[in-house]
Design a protein. Sequence first.
Length: 811
Amino acid sequence: MLHRNVFVSWFIVGIEECSMSTKITIDGNEAAASVAFRASEVIAIYPITPSSNMGELADEWAAAGKPNLWGSVPRVVEMQSEGGAAGAVHGALQAGALATTFTASQGLLLMIPNMYKIAGELTPTVFHVAARALATHALSIFGEHSDVMSTRATGFALLASNSVQEAHDFAAIASAATLAGRVPVLHFFDGFRTSHEVAKIDFVTDDVLHALLPAERIAAQRARALSPERPVIRGTSQNPDVFFQAREAQNPWFDAFPTVVQQAMDDFAALTGRRYKLFDYVGAPDAERVIVIMGSGADTVEETVAHLTARGDKVGLLKVRLFRPFAPAALLAALPHSVRSLAVLDRCKEPGADGEPLFKDVMVALAEDQAGTAPHFAAMPRVIGGRYGLGSKEFNPAMVCAVFAELQQAAPRRRFTIGIEDDVTGLSLPWDAGFRTDAAASAFAAVFYGLGSDGTVSANKNSIKIIGDETALFAQGYFVYDSKKSGAMTVSHLRFGPQPIRSAYLTGEGDAKFVACHQPLFIEQHDVLAHAAPGAVFLLNASLPADKVWATLPAAMQRRMVEKKISFWVIDAYQVALDAGMGRRINTVMQTCFFAISGILPQDQAIAAIKRAVEKTYGRKGRRIAEQNYRAIDATVAALQRVDVPETLAAPDAAAGAVAIAAGLDAFTRRVTIPLIQGKGDALPVSLLPVDGTWPTSTARHEKRNLALEIPVWDEKLCTQCGKCVFVCPHSAIRAKIFPAERVGDAPATFKHVPARSKDYAPGTHMSYQVAPEDCTGCTLCVDVCPIRDKSNVSHKALNMAPQPPLRAQE
Ligand code: SF4
Ligand code: SF4
């Protein structure tokens, strides 16, 4: 019988309180797209990470015939680029349609010319942006606000969402405001941190959207359309005589727009109960130190402020919602009169500027207020500006504390960075990595290590949806991807608890009550138990039974388990999946283990929910795949085994995760490349990084990922030397070599080689097809493409997969 463990009682409250409500569990992209789709007639798309899912969902919904608010199916068109998408939106708007698009980063830059036109013609629309870094010294697919800040002169309003809930709500508020005020809106939220975070949120119903988008405002948009029935000309060329005046003629629209947005927020509050202001203040009513910020970092600051104010600290947070048009009076009105100092945090960098955009706007607002006749503050507060979170750099409560501490200094740094070590210009603030908030301690955190494309992330997304949908608990899922995506490590961070979760940061070391490693080879390369809290559960996918697995673990992992009193479970997930006919797809097996061990839901309820998720995910792909998953789920509980962890260890041993470093490496490889490979890039100081994005080449040879459980084995007798396997390998892990036969005299006996078949080679030339076991990912593409089969045994090809460990040892 499976043990219901210690977590059960913790969750039982949430299960009993569960009720049918309008709560849904979705990610930020879907939250925004859900509203955008229902509020649009034309949607022009072009995919770019991390916004692609918004366009893909819209396309999927339209293909399925899902209607918008008014009963018609939006026309979704994929264009040739983001420039084309913005142009298509511009055209649709000029025809009187309700139109939208989704983008990020360089894609947004391509839209800028059209954005000037759309705003210049006072055309209502909302662009939804998953904010991402711009390519500068290097490309980054990750989150920051540089792309959005590049559009601040276009005339679009800039409205920031800080969470998945807000991405949903502000999509609606933006749609209402733009129709009411004719100023187009760029609605943005943080790429990955919000766009890819799965959270349990309140759903904005069609009724709410209908109320926010009244027929008369839609009729007004229609009436402005270019139409042969009421001919006008728009988009003219103007000479110096009138261009300037015409630019100024629009001022009243932009001056009025903050009020329009606030009205839309108030209308939304009346309909849903969720209240927002242009600038929302949270914290001590008599705060002396305040952080000003927009985006997901605001939630992290809010969680930290709640922790600090509970201990009597006079600190606060000002969340900036509407960045353009900037509304200084609303900003000042939101701040307590007691404020003595402010730290304004920007998630972008303007090289050469004397401050980042939000910092400068806040500074000007305060300075102009001081110069007025009735200033808000008795004396000008001290204002400092800092950069944080560039390229999705971590921003957590410990870093928030460091900023508040800096504000308390007699002479704080006027410009600073937080989250890195800057040993070149000395701008960075130090932080105490051990700091934790009360909220972080009260939530249940779980961390899962998987391999890109092995299904771990989608299984965890399903898990968080199951917890969100089947219990009254709040739930959050966040997924750390390598930009190499498929074949790289993914780390899933799940949190749930009875209180709303504002932790927009990763699970800290020692904080996870459940750690799972879906890929057995990771335990050789990574310290997967670093996240484990004392008494945590560790679940390992391992091919050995419970009584054999302990002796095979790295010594440092054994030590951690003993020290932290870890409850250790194993399952041979690959075998369960294989027996069920699923090949190597272990996602539902590991997901079932998580629910079985944690006891978050009664076992029957959990299994039924997992099967429903399988039906939703795979049902359309045919009964066979769904049935295979059901078989795997049913077999999992019996295959799950608990491992006895000894009370003490016989002898301490070497550190875990130590990567063998070849002798004679150059200084750069040793100090930069190797730490990057070891996953320690966050700790590298500024001084070690190239200043202009120029890196040495040929360093991939140091990265031995060693991911494959099976690798191809060459049958030299069958092979026709067509070279297709070499051509198809995405990692160049299988290579063909030709050489004179006499050169292999000293080669090991296991080295296979045969005479080259092509007549292009001189007699006596030999050929070998060799696999680098630690570079191969086991994807099987080479085996699949190999055209040669053994006629007496058609399942045997000229390349065949075989277990990796003995082959690696042999190589
Ligand atoms: S299985 Fe074949 S194609 Fe895939 S990485 Fe390995 S050698 Fe390359
Ligand atoms: S694809 Fe098959 S037959 Fe062609 S070179 Fe590779 S192993 Fe030989």
